[in-house]
Design a binder for this molecule. Sequence first.
Ligand code: MN
Length: 257
Amino acid sequence: MSVLQALTDAIRDSSVEVIDLTAPLSAETPIIQLPEPFGNTARFGLTEISHYDERGPAWYWNDIVTGEHTGTHFDAPVHWVTGKDGEDVARVPVTRLIAPAVVLDFSAEAAADPDFLLEIEHVKQWEAEHGPLPEGWLLYRTGWDARSSDQAAFLNANETGPHTPGISVSCAIWLAEQSPVIGLGTETVGTDAGAAHSFDPPFPCHSSLLGAGKYGLTQLQNLARLPVTGAVVIAGPLPIVSGSGSPCRALALVERS
Ligand code: MN
């Protein structure tokens, strides 16, 4: 049997499960809030064109408003100044949009400390247990998706800024330069920690990974339903010409025995 016939049969009989890693996209979807003087992104919005009415008797449709980085979305290398000569989102090769994924679960640590940072030693310990990181996605589970229906809880900001888990400077550089991963997927509003504005250099995941031609996937959900290894992620950003990223449907294929 052909590989693709076997795959579609397996999806139909649920021996391969399809898990949606995407947050619902609505006006309530949390968005990042940068302080003055920086610009901010748009909330998702729908503007009705017609709804089976005099504007269009048999059809319903809307215009949409969205930021490229609104909701579950894909960061292309050009999003960051370190990647300014890299791929825009329309130029990301489609073969890179289907890739194996592993899950590093630090939800207990993030529950105890919202500023928890993943370190190189955590990743090396994970590799000692589960094998080397793939040429694919590192999906960093923190449990933050449980907060995604509440902007305040999701951003978790106080007078010192947002407090959400992330990755240390040294680990971000190591993932960018030493590891085979093609990208980092997180459950938080961006790939960097909430406090990463104060890191040296700031926003190390954006700076290092996008600068190395790698990608980001953020505001993912349902990572708890994935195996530690063995899932395949299909990420579908829109091919926005010259775009820095795009809202993205992210699906995972998981083999069930
Ligand atoms: Mn982004």
